[in-house]
Design a protein around this ligand. Structure first.
Ligand code: ZN
Length: 568
Protein backbone atom coordinates (compact mmCIF):
# COMPACT_ATOMS: atom_id res chain seq x y z
CA UNK A 1 0.00 0.00 0.00
CA UNK A 2 1.45 3.36 -0.96
CA UNK A 3 1.94 5.89 1.79
CA UNK A 4 -0.35 8.90 1.29
CA UNK A 5 0.12 10.36 4.77
CA UNK A 6 0.40 14.14 4.82
CA UNK A 7 1.52 15.95 7.96
CA UNK A 8 1.05 19.62 8.82
CA UNK A 9 3.56 20.17 11.57
CA UNK A 10 3.90 22.63 14.41
CA UNK A 11 1.15 25.18 13.61
CA UNK A 12 -0.99 27.07 16.12
CA UNK A 13 -4.27 25.20 15.80
CA UNK A 14 -7.62 27.01 16.14
CA UNK A 15 -10.29 24.30 16.24
CA UNK A 16 -13.12 25.58 18.47
CA UNK A 17 -15.33 22.52 17.92
CA UNK A 18 -12.69 20.38 19.59
CA UNK A 19 -11.79 22.97 22.22
CA UNK A 20 -8.38 23.73 20.72
CA UNK A 21 -7.51 27.43 21.03
CA UNK A 22 -4.11 28.18 19.58
CA UNK A 23 -2.16 25.17 20.92
CA UNK A 24 0.78 23.92 18.85
CA UNK A 25 -0.11 20.54 17.35
CA UNK A 26 0.57 18.38 14.32
CA UNK A 27 -2.25 17.47 11.96
CA UNK A 28 -2.25 14.18 10.01
CA UNK A 29 -4.19 13.76 6.77
CA UNK A 30 -4.92 10.72 4.64
CA UNK A 31 -7.27 10.26 1.67
CA UNK A 32 -8.67 13.77 2.02
CA UNK A 33 -9.56 13.40 5.70
CA UNK A 34 -7.99 14.40 9.00
CA UNK A 35 -6.84 11.19 10.73
CA UNK A 36 -5.44 10.18 14.12
CA UNK A 37 -1.65 10.42 14.38
CA UNK A 38 -0.14 7.08 13.31
CA UNK A 39 0.28 4.56 16.13
CA UNK A 40 3.88 3.97 15.07
CA UNK A 41 5.84 6.95 16.46
CA UNK A 42 8.45 6.50 13.71
CA UNK A 43 5.92 6.55 10.85
CA UNK A 44 7.06 8.94 8.15
CA UNK A 45 4.55 10.96 6.15
CA UNK A 46 4.91 11.06 2.36
CA UNK A 47 4.78 14.84 2.66
CA UNK A 48 5.25 17.34 5.49
CA UNK A 49 4.20 20.98 5.45
CA UNK A 50 6.04 23.01 8.07
CA UNK A 51 3.46 25.31 9.68
CA UNK A 52 5.54 26.44 12.65
CA UNK A 53 4.70 30.02 13.53
CA UNK A 54 1.57 29.90 11.36
CA UNK A 55 -2.12 29.87 12.32
CA UNK A 56 -4.09 26.79 11.23
CA UNK A 57 -7.91 26.80 10.98
CA UNK A 58 -10.55 24.69 9.24
CA UNK A 59 -11.49 26.07 5.80
CA UNK A 60 -14.01 28.92 5.85
CA UNK A 61 -17.71 28.24 5.25
CA UNK A 62 -19.99 30.86 3.70
CA UNK A 63 -23.50 29.81 4.66
CA UNK A 64 -25.34 32.55 2.77
CA UNK A 65 -24.23 33.96 -0.57
CA UNK A 66 -25.48 34.24 -4.14
CA UNK A 67 -23.13 32.54 -6.59
CA UNK A 68 -25.21 30.37 -8.95
CA UNK A 69 -28.53 30.10 -10.76
CA UNK A 70 -30.51 32.31 -13.11
CA UNK A 71 -30.70 35.37 -10.83
CA UNK A 72 -26.93 35.52 -10.40
CA UNK A 73 -26.39 34.97 -14.11
CA UNK A 74 -28.83 37.73 -15.04
CA UNK A 75 -27.01 40.08 -12.65
CA UNK A 76 -23.72 39.21 -14.38
CA UNK A 77 -25.21 40.16 -17.74
CA UNK A 78 -26.66 43.39 -16.33
CA UNK A 79 -23.31 44.85 -15.19
CA UNK A 80 -20.92 45.01 -18.18
CA UNK A 81 -19.80 48.47 -17.03
CA UNK A 82 -18.41 46.91 -13.83
CA UNK A 83 -16.62 44.16 -15.70
CA UNK A 84 -14.83 46.67 -17.92
CA UNK A 85 -13.47 48.45 -14.83
CA UNK A 86 -12.41 45.52 -12.64
CA UNK A 87 -9.17 43.59 -13.15
CA UNK A 88 -10.01 40.15 -14.56
CA UNK A 89 -8.65 36.84 -13.28
CA UNK A 90 -5.96 35.78 -15.73
CA UNK A 91 -5.68 32.38 -17.32
CA UNK A 92 -2.77 30.21 -16.20
CA UNK A 93 -1.68 26.65 -17.03
CA UNK A 94 -4.09 25.52 -14.29
CA UNK A 95 -6.87 28.09 -14.22
CA UNK A 96 -9.45 29.58 -16.56
CA UNK A 97 -9.80 33.31 -16.96
CA UNK A 98 -12.73 35.09 -15.30
CA UNK A 99 -14.35 38.45 -14.81
CA UNK A 100 -14.72 40.33 -11.52
CA UNK A 101 -16.95 43.18 -10.35
CA UNK A 102 -19.66 42.66 -7.74
CA UNK A 103 -20.89 39.48 -9.48
CA UNK A 104 -17.77 37.56 -10.55
CA UNK A 105 -17.96 34.82 -13.19
CA UNK A 106 -18.25 31.22 -11.98
CA UNK A 107 -14.55 30.39 -12.27
CA UNK A 108 -13.45 33.65 -10.66
CA UNK A 109 -15.90 33.01 -7.80
CA UNK A 110 -14.34 29.63 -7.02
CA UNK A 111 -10.75 30.88 -7.26
CA UNK A 112 -11.41 33.97 -5.13
CA UNK A 113 -13.21 32.05 -2.38
CA UNK A 114 -10.35 29.56 -2.24
CA UNK A 115 -7.79 32.36 -2.34
CA UNK A 116 -9.46 33.77 0.77
CA UNK A 117 -9.33 30.44 2.60
CA UNK A 118 -13.00 29.56 2.11
CA UNK A 119 -13.60 25.97 1.02
CA UNK A 120 -17.43 25.69 1.18
CA UNK A 121 -20.23 28.08 0.13
CA UNK A 122 -24.02 27.86 -0.11
CA UNK A 123 -26.15 29.77 -2.58
CA UNK A 124 -29.16 30.91 -0.59
CA UNK A 125 -31.96 31.25 -3.13
CA UNK A 126 -32.63 28.89 -6.01
CA UNK A 127 -36.14 28.30 -7.42
CA UNK A 128 -36.45 24.50 -7.67
CA UNK A 129 -37.62 24.83 -11.26
CA UNK A 130 -34.15 26.19 -12.12
CA UNK A 131 -32.15 23.74 -10.00
CA UNK A 132 -30.43 22.30 -13.08
CA UNK A 133 -29.00 25.69 -13.96
CA UNK A 134 -27.55 26.08 -10.46
CA UNK A 135 -26.02 22.58 -10.57
CA UNK A 136 -24.51 23.30 -13.98
CA UNK A 137 -22.89 26.50 -12.70
CA UNK A 138 -21.58 24.64 -9.64
CA UNK A 139 -19.65 22.38 -12.02
CA UNK A 140 -17.98 25.54 -13.33
CA UNK A 141 -17.26 26.92 -9.84
CA UNK A 142 -13.94 25.32 -8.91
CA UNK A 143 -12.05 24.71 -5.65
CA UNK A 144 -14.98 24.79 -3.22
CA UNK A 145 -17.76 22.47 -2.04
CA UNK A 146 -21.17 24.02 -2.54
CA UNK A 147 -24.89 23.55 -2.20
CA UNK A 148 -28.04 25.65 -2.41
CA UNK A 149 -31.23 26.43 -0.54
CA UNK A 150 -34.56 25.88 -2.27
CA UNK A 151 -37.07 28.75 -2.32
CA UNK A 152 -40.34 27.61 -0.70
CA UNK A 153 -41.93 30.57 1.11
CA UNK A 154 -44.19 31.50 -1.80
CA UNK A 155 -44.62 28.06 -3.36
CA UNK A 156 -48.27 27.48 -4.26
CA UNK A 157 -48.32 23.84 -3.15
CA UNK A 158 -46.79 24.83 0.20
CA UNK A 159 -49.41 27.55 0.77
CA UNK A 160 -52.24 25.27 -0.37
CA UNK A 161 -51.16 22.52 2.06
CA UNK A 162 -51.08 25.05 4.90
CA UNK A 163 -54.49 26.42 3.93
CA UNK A 164 -55.89 22.86 3.89
CA UNK A 165 -54.41 22.32 7.36
CA UNK A 166 -52.56 19.25 6.14
CA UNK A 167 -49.14 19.22 7.88
CA UNK A 168 -48.42 15.63 6.72
CA UNK A 169 -48.81 16.65 3.08
CA UNK A 170 -46.69 19.77 3.66
CA UNK A 171 -43.90 17.72 5.24
CA UNK A 172 -43.98 15.13 2.43
CA UNK A 173 -43.89 17.86 -0.21
CA UNK A 174 -40.93 19.67 1.38
CA UNK A 175 -39.06 16.37 1.55
CA UNK A 176 -39.91 15.47 -2.04
CA UNK A 177 -39.03 18.95 -3.37
CA UNK A 178 -35.60 19.08 -1.69
CA UNK A 179 -34.77 15.64 -3.03
CA UNK A 180 -36.07 16.52 -6.51
CA UNK A 181 -33.98 19.72 -6.70
CA UNK A 182 -30.94 18.13 -5.00
CA UNK A 183 -30.99 21.12 -2.67
CA UNK A 184 -29.54 21.35 0.82
CA UNK A 185 -32.07 23.34 2.85
CA UNK A 186 -35.44 25.09 2.66
CA UNK A 187 -35.48 28.86 2.32
CA UNK A 188 -38.32 31.28 2.95
CA UNK A 189 -38.00 34.67 1.24
CA UNK A 190 -40.55 37.29 2.29
CA UNK A 191 -43.03 34.46 2.94
CA UNK A 192 -46.32 35.22 1.19
CA UNK A 193 -45.18 38.71 0.15
CA UNK A 194 -43.73 37.71 -3.21
CA UNK A 195 -47.04 36.04 -4.11
CA UNK A 196 -48.96 39.25 -3.29
CA UNK A 197 -46.52 41.19 -5.47
CA UNK A 198 -47.37 38.89 -8.38
CA UNK A 199 -51.05 39.89 -8.11
CA UNK A 200 -51.01 43.59 -7.29
CA UNK A 201 -49.07 46.61 -8.52
CA UNK A 202 -46.49 47.37 -5.80
CA UNK A 203 -48.09 44.63 -3.70
CA UNK A 204 -46.47 43.10 -0.61
CA UNK A 205 -47.44 41.97 2.88
CA UNK A 206 -46.95 44.53 5.62
CA UNK A 207 -46.72 42.25 8.59
CA UNK A 208 -46.91 38.70 9.82
CA UNK A 209 -50.69 38.49 9.99
CA UNK A 210 -51.71 39.87 6.60
CA UNK A 211 -53.29 37.06 4.57
CA UNK A 212 -52.06 36.17 1.09
CA UNK A 213 -54.80 36.47 -1.59
CA UNK A 214 -56.40 33.23 -2.84
CA UNK A 215 -54.46 31.06 -0.39
CA UNK A 216 -55.76 32.81 2.70
CA UNK A 217 -52.64 31.96 4.70
CA UNK A 218 -50.49 34.43 6.63
CA UNK A 219 -46.70 34.74 6.79
CA UNK A 220 -46.98 33.66 10.44
CA UNK A 221 -48.62 30.38 9.36
CA UNK A 222 -45.98 29.79 6.66
CA UNK A 223 -43.10 30.38 9.12
CA UNK A 224 -44.62 28.24 11.86
CA UNK A 225 -45.67 25.31 9.64
CA UNK A 226 -42.44 25.24 7.66
CA UNK A 227 -40.20 25.30 10.73
CA UNK A 228 -42.18 22.37 12.18
CA UNK A 229 -42.10 20.37 8.91
CA UNK A 230 -38.38 20.88 8.41
CA UNK A 231 -37.52 19.75 11.92
CA UNK A 232 -39.82 16.72 11.51
CA UNK A 233 -37.93 15.73 8.33
CA UNK A 234 -34.70 15.83 10.34
CA UNK A 235 -33.01 18.14 7.87
CA UNK A 236 -29.45 19.06 8.87
CA UNK A 237 -30.24 22.80 8.63
CA UNK A 238 -33.37 24.39 10.13
CA UNK A 239 -35.69 26.68 8.19
CA UNK A 240 -33.65 29.53 6.67
CA UNK A 241 -35.67 32.75 6.76
CA UNK A 242 -35.41 36.06 4.93
CA UNK A 243 -38.12 37.88 6.91
CA UNK A 244 -40.90 40.06 5.50
CA UNK A 245 -40.30 43.79 4.94
CA UNK A 246 -36.57 43.66 4.28
CA UNK A 247 -35.04 47.13 4.34
CA UNK A 248 -38.17 48.94 5.55
CA UNK A 249 -37.99 51.45 8.42
CA UNK A 250 -39.60 49.96 11.52
CA UNK A 251 -39.26 46.36 10.27
CA UNK A 252 -37.72 45.15 13.55
CA UNK A 253 -41.19 44.41 14.94
CA UNK A 254 -41.89 42.04 12.04
CA UNK A 255 -38.52 40.37 12.62
CA UNK A 256 -39.28 39.87 16.31
CA UNK A 257 -42.73 38.51 15.44
CA UNK A 258 -41.09 36.07 12.98
CA UNK A 259 -38.77 34.77 15.69
CA UNK A 260 -41.79 34.29 17.96
CA UNK A 261 -43.74 32.53 15.19
CA UNK A 262 -41.18 29.72 14.87
CA UNK A 263 -42.53 26.41 16.07
CA UNK A 264 -39.12 24.75 15.94
CA UNK A 265 -35.58 25.83 15.20
CA UNK A 266 -34.90 28.68 12.82
CA UNK A 267 -32.09 30.61 11.17
CA UNK A 268 -32.77 34.27 10.40
CA UNK A 269 -30.57 35.41 7.56
CA UNK A 270 -28.98 38.81 6.81
CA UNK A 271 -30.58 40.05 10.01
CA UNK A 272 -28.91 43.44 9.57
CA UNK A 273 -31.48 44.26 6.87
CA UNK A 274 -34.31 43.44 9.29
CA UNK A 275 -33.32 45.42 12.41
CA UNK A 276 -34.52 48.92 11.63
CA UNK A 277 -36.45 51.41 13.71
CA UNK A 278 -38.11 54.57 12.44
CA UNK A 279 -41.08 55.33 10.23
CA UNK A 280 -41.75 55.72 6.51
CA UNK A 281 -42.70 59.37 6.70
CA UNK A 282 -39.32 60.74 7.79
CA UNK A 283 -35.93 59.29 6.86
CA UNK A 284 -34.34 61.11 9.83
CA UNK A 285 -36.07 58.67 12.21
CA UNK A 286 -34.30 55.64 10.69
CA UNK A 287 -32.28 53.94 13.45
CA UNK A 288 -31.00 50.69 14.94
CA UNK A 289 -33.20 48.28 16.85
CA UNK A 290 -30.55 45.58 17.21
CA UNK A 291 -30.64 45.57 21.01
CA UNK A 292 -34.16 44.16 21.55
CA UNK A 293 -33.67 41.60 18.76
CA UNK A 294 -30.24 40.54 20.06
CA UNK A 295 -31.76 40.21 23.54
CA UNK A 296 -34.34 37.83 22.07
CA UNK A 297 -31.68 35.79 20.25
CA UNK A 298 -29.51 35.70 23.38
CA UNK A 299 -32.38 34.20 25.37
CA UNK A 300 -33.75 31.73 22.76
CA UNK A 301 -31.37 28.99 21.75
CA UNK A 302 -33.61 27.62 18.96
CA UNK A 303 -32.43 30.66 16.96
CA UNK A 304 -29.30 31.48 14.95
CA UNK A 305 -28.54 34.41 12.66
CA UNK A 306 -26.12 35.51 9.97
CA UNK A 307 -25.44 39.20 9.68
CA UNK A 308 -25.51 40.40 6.06
CA UNK A 309 -22.96 43.14 6.78
CA UNK A 310 -23.15 46.21 4.56
CA UNK A 311 -19.79 47.56 3.35
CA UNK A 312 -19.41 50.95 1.67
CA UNK A 313 -19.03 50.88 -2.10
CA UNK A 314 -20.79 49.72 -5.22
CA UNK A 315 -22.52 46.36 -5.55
CA UNK A 316 -25.50 44.57 -7.09
CA UNK A 317 -28.53 43.59 -5.03
CA UNK A 318 -30.20 40.36 -6.11
CA UNK A 319 -33.06 38.77 -4.29
CA UNK A 320 -35.89 36.26 -4.53
CA UNK A 321 -37.92 39.09 -2.98
CA UNK A 322 -39.54 40.59 -6.12
CA UNK A 323 -41.23 43.52 -4.34
CA UNK A 324 -37.94 44.43 -2.66
CA UNK A 325 -36.22 44.72 -6.06
CA UNK A 326 -38.99 47.07 -7.15
CA UNK A 327 -38.60 49.14 -3.96
CA UNK A 328 -34.83 49.45 -4.42
CA UNK A 329 -35.30 50.46 -8.03
CA UNK A 330 -37.69 53.22 -6.95
CA UNK A 331 -35.21 54.48 -4.36
CA UNK A 332 -32.05 54.34 -6.47
CA UNK A 333 -33.25 54.45 -10.08
CA UNK A 334 -31.06 52.94 -12.79
CA UNK A 335 -31.25 49.35 -13.94
CA UNK A 336 -33.86 46.93 -12.64
CA UNK A 337 -34.73 43.33 -13.46
CA UNK A 338 -37.82 41.53 -12.21
CA UNK A 339 -39.09 38.01 -12.93
CA UNK A 340 -41.55 35.49 -11.57
CA UNK A 341 -40.93 31.74 -11.56
CA UNK A 342 -44.28 30.05 -12.23
CA UNK A 343 -45.79 28.59 -9.04
CA UNK A 344 -42.62 28.99 -7.05
CA UNK A 345 -40.95 32.33 -6.50
CA UNK A 346 -39.90 35.73 -7.79
CA UNK A 347 -36.74 37.72 -8.32
CA UNK A 348 -35.50 41.30 -8.30
CA UNK A 349 -32.08 42.72 -9.26
CA UNK A 350 -30.84 46.32 -8.97
CA UNK A 351 -27.37 47.90 -8.73
CA UNK A 352 -26.74 49.78 -5.49
CA UNK A 353 -24.00 51.98 -4.04
CA UNK A 354 -23.58 52.20 -0.25
CA UNK A 355 -22.23 55.60 0.82
CA UNK A 356 -20.72 56.33 4.22
CA UNK A 357 -22.26 59.81 4.28
CA UNK A 358 -25.77 58.48 3.68
CA UNK A 359 -27.76 58.26 6.91
CA UNK A 360 -29.43 54.98 5.96
CA UNK A 361 -26.28 53.33 4.59
CA UNK A 362 -24.19 54.39 7.58
CA UNK A 363 -26.86 52.92 9.86
CA UNK A 364 -26.83 49.67 7.86
CA UNK A 365 -23.04 49.41 8.28
CA UNK A 366 -23.25 50.14 12.02
CA UNK A 367 -26.22 47.80 12.57
CA UNK A 368 -24.31 44.86 11.08
CA UNK A 369 -21.39 45.45 13.45
CA UNK A 370 -23.76 45.89 16.39
CA UNK A 371 -25.09 42.39 15.67
CA UNK A 372 -21.64 40.76 15.84
CA UNK A 373 -20.90 42.61 19.07
CA UNK A 374 -24.25 42.22 20.87
CA UNK A 375 -24.88 38.49 20.37
CA UNK A 376 -23.17 36.92 23.38
CA UNK A 377 -22.63 33.43 21.96
CA UNK A 378 -20.45 33.47 18.81
CA UNK A 379 -21.82 30.00 17.92
CA UNK A 380 -25.15 31.61 17.03
CA UNK A 381 -24.01 34.53 14.83
CA UNK A 382 -22.35 33.91 11.46
CA UNK A 383 -20.27 36.21 9.27
CA UNK A 384 -21.92 37.10 5.98
CA UNK A 385 -22.33 40.03 3.63
CA UNK A 386 -25.19 38.27 1.86
CA UNK A 387 -22.74 38.44 -1.06
CA UNK A 388 -23.15 40.51 -3.12
CA UNK A 389 -26.14 42.27 -1.50
CA UNK A 390 -24.41 43.95 1.45
CA UNK A 391 -20.98 43.73 -0.19
CA UNK A 392 -18.64 41.17 -1.73
CA UNK A 393 -17.38 38.11 0.16
CA UNK A 394 -13.98 39.65 -0.57
CA UNK A 395 -14.76 42.11 2.27
CA UNK A 396 -14.55 39.36 4.93
CA UNK A 397 -10.95 40.19 5.93
CA UNK A 398 -11.91 43.81 6.52
CA UNK A 399 -14.91 42.76 8.63
CA UNK A 400 -12.59 40.55 10.68
CA UNK A 401 -10.37 43.58 11.32
CA UNK A 402 -13.40 45.65 12.34
CA UNK A 403 -14.30 42.96 14.89
CA UNK A 404 -10.79 42.30 16.23
CA UNK A 405 -9.51 45.88 16.37
CA UNK A 406 -11.72 48.40 18.19
CA UNK A 407 -9.38 51.31 17.44
CA UNK A 408 -9.77 50.67 13.73
CA UNK A 409 -13.53 50.31 14.21
CA UNK A 410 -13.74 53.66 16.01
CA UNK A 411 -11.62 55.30 13.29
CA UNK A 412 -14.05 54.15 10.57
CA UNK A 413 -17.03 55.14 12.73
CA UNK A 414 -15.66 58.70 12.77
CA UNK A 415 -15.97 58.88 8.96
CA UNK A 416 -19.69 58.02 8.69
CA UNK A 417 -22.84 60.15 8.85
CA UNK A 418 -22.76 62.18 12.11
CA UNK A 419 -26.21 61.02 13.27
CA UNK A 420 -24.98 57.42 13.23
CA UNK A 421 -21.76 58.36 15.05
CA UNK A 422 -23.91 59.90 17.76
CA UNK A 423 -26.77 57.39 17.78
CA UNK A 424 -25.14 53.95 17.42
CA UNK A 425 -23.99 52.01 20.49
CA UNK A 426 -20.87 51.13 18.47
CA UNK A 427 -18.92 54.00 20.04
CA UNK A 428 -19.39 52.37 23.46
CA UNK A 429 -18.79 48.74 22.49
CA UNK A 430 -15.30 47.74 23.59
CA UNK A 431 -15.60 44.07 22.63
CA UNK A 432 -12.86 42.66 20.40
CA UNK A 433 -13.16 39.22 18.83
CA UNK A 434 -10.37 36.71 19.50
CA UNK A 435 -8.92 34.47 16.79
CA UNK A 436 -10.87 31.60 18.34
CA UNK A 437 -14.12 33.56 18.03
CA UNK A 438 -13.31 34.46 14.41
CA UNK A 439 -12.79 30.73 13.77
CA UNK A 440 -16.25 30.14 15.25
CA UNK A 441 -18.20 32.74 13.22
CA UNK A 442 -16.47 31.89 9.92
CA UNK A 443 -16.22 28.07 10.03
CA UNK A 444 -17.05 26.10 13.20
CA UNK A 445 -20.36 27.89 13.82
CA UNK A 446 -21.75 27.76 10.26
CA UNK A 447 -20.73 24.07 10.00
CA UNK A 448 -22.66 23.31 13.17
CA UNK A 449 -25.72 25.36 12.13
CA UNK A 450 -25.69 23.62 8.74
CA UNK A 451 -25.37 20.19 10.36
CA UNK A 452 -22.11 19.51 8.48
CA UNK A 453 -20.43 17.06 10.83
CA UNK A 454 -17.30 16.64 8.71
CA UNK A 455 -16.64 20.33 8.22
CA UNK A 456 -15.67 23.33 10.32
CA UNK A 457 -13.33 21.33 12.56
CA UNK A 458 -9.99 19.48 12.46
CA UNK A 459 -10.73 16.33 14.46
CA UNK A 460 -10.28 12.81 13.00
CA UNK A 461 -12.87 12.20 10.28
CA UNK A 462 -13.13 15.85 9.26
CA UNK A 463 -12.73 16.77 5.61
CA UNK A 464 -9.15 18.00 5.27
CA UNK A 465 -10.23 21.51 4.26
CA UNK A 466 -7.66 23.65 6.04
CA UNK A 467 -6.49 27.26 5.84
CA UNK A 468 -3.08 28.36 7.10
CA UNK A 469 -2.44 32.04 7.80
CA UNK A 470 0.68 34.06 8.56
CA UNK A 471 -0.02 35.98 11.80
CA UNK A 472 -0.03 39.74 11.41
CA UNK A 473 -0.93 42.62 13.67
CA UNK A 474 -3.27 43.93 10.96
CA UNK A 475 -5.93 41.24 10.82
CA UNK A 476 -7.14 42.33 7.39
CA UNK A 477 -3.64 41.67 6.05
CA UNK A 478 -3.55 38.33 7.84
CA UNK A 479 -6.87 37.08 6.50
CA UNK A 480 -6.83 38.43 2.95
CA UNK A 481 -3.91 36.31 1.79
CA UNK A 482 -3.63 32.89 3.45
CA UNK A 483 -0.20 31.22 3.20
CA UNK A 484 -1.75 27.88 2.20
CA UNK A 485 -5.24 26.61 1.48
CA UNK A 486 -5.80 22.85 1.56
CA UNK A 487 -8.92 21.30 0.05
CA UNK A 488 -9.67 17.60 0.52
CA UNK A 489 -6.05 17.10 1.63
CA UNK A 490 -4.52 18.83 -1.41
CA UNK A 491 -2.66 22.14 -1.33
CA UNK A 492 -4.69 24.15 -3.84
CA UNK A 493 -3.59 27.71 -3.02
CA UNK A 494 -0.29 29.26 -1.97
CA UNK A 495 -0.42 32.98 -1.22
CA UNK A 496 -3.35 33.58 -3.51
CA UNK A 497 -1.96 31.52 -6.41
CA UNK A 498 -4.03 28.53 -7.47
CA UNK A 499 -1.66 25.52 -7.46
CA UNK A 500 -4.08 22.74 -8.17
CA UNK A 501 -7.49 22.78 -9.76
CA UNK A 502 -10.34 20.71 -8.42
CA UNK A 503 -14.05 21.20 -8.83
CA UNK A 504 -15.26 20.39 -5.34
CA UNK A 505 -18.47 18.54 -4.59
CA UNK A 506 -22.15 19.37 -4.35
CA UNK A 507 -23.72 18.92 -0.92
CA UNK A 508 -27.41 18.00 -0.90
CA UNK A 509 -30.03 16.13 1.09
CA UNK A 510 -32.42 13.30 0.22
CA UNK A 511 -35.03 13.28 3.00
CA UNK A 512 -37.40 10.39 3.58
CA UNK A 513 -40.99 11.37 2.85
CA UNK A 514 -44.36 9.71 2.43
CA UNK A 515 -44.26 8.47 -1.21
CA UNK A 516 -48.06 8.39 -1.38
CA UNK A 517 -47.95 12.11 -2.04
CA UNK A 518 -46.46 11.66 -5.51
CA UNK A 519 -49.83 11.02 -7.21
CA UNK A 520 -51.12 14.32 -5.91
CA UNK A 521 -47.98 16.25 -6.92
CA UNK A 522 -48.06 14.58 -10.33
CA UNK A 523 -51.63 15.81 -10.92
CA UNK A 524 -50.61 19.27 -9.68
CA UNK A 525 -47.84 19.38 -12.29
CA UNK A 526 -50.21 18.21 -15.04
CA UNK A 527 -52.67 20.96 -14.12
CA UNK A 528 -50.39 23.94 -13.60
CA UNK A 529 -46.69 23.52 -14.47
CA UNK A 530 -44.89 24.09 -17.75
CA UNK A 531 -42.92 20.88 -17.12
CA UNK A 532 -44.08 17.30 -16.56
CA UNK A 533 -43.73 15.79 -13.11
CA UNK A 534 -41.48 13.00 -14.41
CA UNK A 535 -39.08 15.47 -16.03
CA UNK A 536 -38.78 17.74 -13.01
CA UNK A 537 -36.46 15.91 -10.56
CA UNK A 538 -32.68 16.25 -10.96
CA UNK A 539 -31.17 12.76 -10.93
CA UNK A 540 -27.96 11.75 -9.15
CA UNK A 541 -26.18 11.10 -12.42
CA UNK A 542 -26.81 14.71 -13.46
CA UNK A 543 -24.47 15.84 -10.70
CA UNK A 544 -20.70 15.82 -10.80
CA UNK A 545 -18.97 14.86 -7.56
CA UNK A 546 -21.58 15.03 -4.80
CA UNK A 547 -22.38 14.00 -1.24
CA UNK A 548 -25.79 13.37 0.29
CA UNK A 549 -25.74 14.68 3.85
CA UNK A 550 -27.83 12.60 6.27
CA UNK A 551 -31.14 13.71 7.74
CA UNK A 552 -31.56 12.69 11.36
CA UNK A 553 -35.14 12.31 12.52
CA UNK A 554 -35.53 12.73 16.25
CA UNK A 555 -38.34 11.01 18.18
CA UNK A 556 -38.43 13.71 20.78
CA UNK A 557 -41.46 15.95 20.89
CA UNK A 558 -41.21 19.68 21.40
CA UNK A 559 -38.78 22.25 20.13
CA UNK A 560 -35.36 20.77 19.46
CA UNK A 561 -32.68 22.94 20.98
CA UNK A 562 -29.21 23.54 19.68
CA UNK A 563 -26.70 22.13 22.08
CA UNK A 564 -24.30 24.72 23.39
CA UNK A 565 -20.93 25.00 21.73
CA UNK A 566 -18.01 23.61 23.68
CA UNK A 567 -16.49 25.95 26.22
CA UNK A 568 -13.47 27.72 24.82
ZN1 ZN B 1 -29.37 36.45 0.37
Amino acid sequence: MSNSLFKISGGYIYDPTNGIDGQVKDLWIENGKVVHPPADPFAQPARTLNASGLVVMPGGIDMHCHIAGPKVNTARKMRPEEKRKADPVSRTAITHSGTMGSVPSTFATGYKYAGLGYTTAFDAAVPPLTARHAHEEFQDTPCIDKGFYVLMGNNHYVMKSIKDQDPQRLQAFVGWLLGAAKGYAAKLVNPGGVEVWKHHAAGNVNGLDEPVDYFDVTPRQIVGSMSRSIDALGLPHPVHIHCNQLGMPGNWRTTLATMEALEGRGHITHIQFHSYGGGDEDEETFCSRVQPLADYVNSHNNLTVDVGQVMFGETTSMTGDGPLGYYLHNVYGGKWFSADTEMESGCGIAPIKYRNKSLVHAWQWAIGLEWYLLVNDPWRVVMSTDHPNGGSFLAYPQIIRLLMDRTYRQDILKTVHPAVRAGSVLADLQREYTLNEIAIITRAGPAKILGLQNKGHLGPGADADITIYTPHENKETMFELPRYVIKSGRVIVEEGEIRENLIGKTLHVGPDYDRDIEDDISQWFEDYYSIRFRNYPVSDDYLHDHEQVACIVSDEAGIPELTDGPAS
